[in-house]
Design a protein around this ligand. Structure first.
Ligand SMILES: CC(C)(COP(=O)(O)OP(=O)(O)OC[C@H]1O[C@@H](n2cnc3c(N)ncnc32)[C@H](O)[C@@H]1OP(=O)(O)O)[C@@H](O)C(=O)NCCC(=O)NCCS
Length: 178
């Protein structure tokens, strides 16, 4: 449960992070209509090695199709972001967890992930997945376990969607009585 207890999204939570940095004014927001896309694009370019090239049109699509979407704010400055996708019962995935480097190491990343985990679309599913290249230790501290099963991925971008559709059409299907 979120340290503030039950709440409904969209949320605005004043953070209490007792460290060297004063974070008492930091706010977490669960209202995706409040996302500032130019700031988000700059935050990705600065912080997320996998998402440096994302443009605003693409980000708008990703956010429209994600729930929950959580942003972290220092007054008007966007300093953190995370989003999830979920089927609401079996599986959810958490994506694009980032905290601005100027604000890392004071507990905001953990609060950000915990806030996403507390949303009903994530807290009520059987399993929550994520992929990470370098941050296994960070997620283990939050309760995630390394997973022995092999992750498989299809890179749709390696060919145009028309080419992919044509190639799939050409695959012979040998199922009778459909
Ligand atoms: C990963 C990230 C979100 C962590 O955010 P953060 O605000 O710095 O993390 P926190 O301060 O909340 O750290 C929580 C705990 O994890 C630890 N931790 C954080 N990053 C860590 C790392 N890279 N390796 C090991 N431990 C780490 C902290 O020391 C802290 O430990 P504690 O439980 O002993 O207090 C942030 O470093 C980031 O945005 N990195 C770049 C983008 C990225 O890689 N995102 C993850 C994509 S999967």
């Amino acid at each position: 449960m979120h340290p503030k207890g039950n709440f409904n999204f969209p949320l605005i939570v004043i953070q209490e992070v007792s460290t060297a940095m004063d974070c008492s004014h930091i706010q977490f927001c669960g209202d995706k209509s409040k996302v500032d896309f130019p700031q988000l694009q700059r935050l990705f370019a600065k912080t997320a090695f996998w998402a440096r090239e994302r443009n605003i049109d693409e980000l708008q699509i990703a956010i429209a199709n994600s729930n929950p979407v959580v942003t972290v704010w220092d007054k008007q400055r966007l300093i953190g972001f995370a989003r999830a996708t979920s089927d609401g019962i079996y599986r959810a995935g958490i994506w694009d967890v980032i905290i601005d480097p100027d604000y890392q190491g004071v507990g905001l990343g953990r609060k950000l992930v915990q806030t996403v985990l507390s949303h009903p679309l994530v807290s009520k599913v059987e399993r929550v997945y994520l992929t990470t290249t370098h941050q296994q230790s960070f997620y283990e501290r939050i309760g995630f376990q390394q997973n022995e099963t092999t992750t498989m991925v299809l890179y749709n971008n390696s060919e145009s969607s028309e080419d992919l559709a044509r190639r799939i059409k050409e695959i012979p299907v040998a199922i009778d009585n459909w």
